[in-house]
Design a protein around this ligand. Sequence first.
Ligand SMILES: [Zn+2]
Length: 254
Amino acid sequence: MKYQKRRHIKLMMCALPILVIFLLSYCIISVSALLGGIDINGKADNNNALNIADAGQQTPTNATTEGWQLLLVNSKNSLPNDFTVTLKQLKDGHSVDERCFADLNNMLSDCRAAGLQPLICSSYRTQAKQQQLFDDQVRKLTKQGYSSKAATELAAQSVATPGTSEHQTGLAVDIVDAHYQMLDALQADTATQQWLMNNSWKYGFILRYPEDKTHITGIQYEPWHYRYVGKEAAKEMYEQGLCLEEYLAGKASK
Ligand SMILES: [Zn+2]
């Protein structure tokens, strides 16, 4: 018994300094975390980097995820729950993911240099904004006499249901010709769209919902909606006439 007691004391004497060192390092890490804006789990404190428009909906970042520019968002693939984006504002007040900002700016200025007048009419949207657009559309259809179920189904064909709009990624922009600002098929005939359709891939953008892919994208022809996918993917998709769904399916099967 006496021997055992002595052994216990010996063990405690050994463990005590280790415990003290552990507690001391924890305190030091905590203090430096507070000063440096890093939490104890080592994650960067992103509060300052969050977007200007709606910090409220932003949660942990997936900004460093590889292949961020190929994020697929459609009616079957909702935006990830932990999605967040760091936005950068263009001169016209529209915001996009800061990582495609420079390419978008270059595309627009080269388009202008060609004597055209591209105009962004929609860019990044918050979940709240998308919800509002969707609800407005449902209300409009209900007023026209549709039942609420039918109105909701019909609305989804022209306005993406919240959480499934590419505009929520910050990687999509709607661009129209200043001389013809209607969002209809005739937009395709404008000089600005002709230039964008031929050149956007050089800047990493694709016309996301082409006329001959509606059965795959599930979205009507939108000759104004451009999506950033990066230069490499945009070139491949342009040259091979693929939409994003086809491009990703091809990559997955390789
Ligand atoms: Zn759009």
